[in-house]
Design a protein around this ligand. Structure first.
Ligand code: THU
Length: 124
């Protein structure tokens, strides 16, 4: 869990957030033990911005991995931020039991399963 948070923290440093100044880093742990990370990438056309969690998941899926055990999200907020609704649905796509670890730079952590964060999420 510490390594996953550390990777999310490193990814946060790469965030491109000149409009909100709110940097977010995320890292996903696959069931095979691999870690993929991502950061938020904003755009001057605001709606095109992408969150860190989705960046990390799309990075993993693009690399051929889609069985996830945990997702860590790191921000500099107190209490630690939890994923937005869109990111919850994207995490939920890959399983009900994925553990979401929310952490901040101070070292506070909170862990909640995705099916608790997103009750009755959408499935086709
Ligand atoms: N953001 C994330 O990266 N993840 C979330 O779950 C919520 C929000 C980003 C989007 C935007 O770049 C900034 O945080 C402020 O909303």
């Amino acid at each position: 869990m510490n390594k996953l948070i550390a990777e999310a923290k490193t990814a946060r440093e790469r965030a491109y957030a000149p409009y909100s100044n709110f940097k977010v880093g995320a890292a996903v742990l696959t069931q095979e033990g691999k870690i993929f990370s991502g950061c938020n990438v904003e755009n001057s056309s605001y709606g095109l911005s992408i969150c860190a969690e989705r960046s990390a998941i799309f990075n993993a899926v693009s690399s051929g991995y889609k069985k996830f055990a945990k997702v860590a999200v790191v921000t500099d907020s107190e209490p630690p931020s939890s994923p937005c609704g869109a990111c919850r649905q994207v995490i939920f796509e890959f399983g009900d039991d994925i553990e979401v670890i929310m952490a901040n730079l101070k070292g506070d952590t909170k862990i909640i399963k995705i099916s608790e964060l997103l009750k009755d999420g959408f499935r086709l």
